[in-house]
Unconditional design. Structure first.
Length: 146
């Protein structure tokens, strides 16, 4: 029994050395704000409720340093950025932007974002009806050429 517990402890310690890359670039060369003016209230909602998973500037909590949680967070952020990355908006082509805008509208209408699993820990990211409406109204004003 002691050998099993020692083995589990050793495994837990060893996996701490397998660290995923952090999503903390400050490069906003292609950021959405470089091609359009974003109202302050919209920018605050994006920063609080969207940016951790949909930009290159994730703010990591302390538990992101602990494997295997760090692996889950890295995978979650990478998946979010595959769908939408506000830090890369200007690099998307017109078709990509149209597709992304359509997806954003759908998610806002069904209030599918932020994910429930994210809200378990990030209660401040929970959006009100008014915030969903604010974001949806803003998204409806974005022409695809932006």
């Amino acid at each position: 029994m002691k050998k099993v517990l020692f083995g589990i402890l050793a495994l837990i310690i060893l996996i701490q050395f397998i660290r995923p890359e952090k999503n903390t670039s400050n490069d906003e060369t292609y950021g959405i704000s470089t091609v359009m003016q974003i109202p302050n209230n919209v920018n605050e909602i994006i920063k609080t409720s969207c940016a951790d998973c949909h930009s290159n500037t994730t703010v990591y909590p302390w538990y992101s340093e602990v494997a295997p949680v760090s692996w889950f967070l890295a995978q979650h952020v990478n998946e979010g950025k595959e769908h939408l990355n506000f830090s890369e908006w200007a690099a998307y082509n017109k078709d990509q932007k149209n597709h992304i805008l359509k997806d954003i509208k759908k998610e806002l209408k069904k209030q599918g974002m932020p994910l429930e699993s994210y809200l378990w820990i990030h209660n401040d990211a929970k959006m009100t009806e008014a915030q969903y409406e604010t974001l949806l109204n803003w998204v409806n004003t974005i022409p695809s050429e932006y």
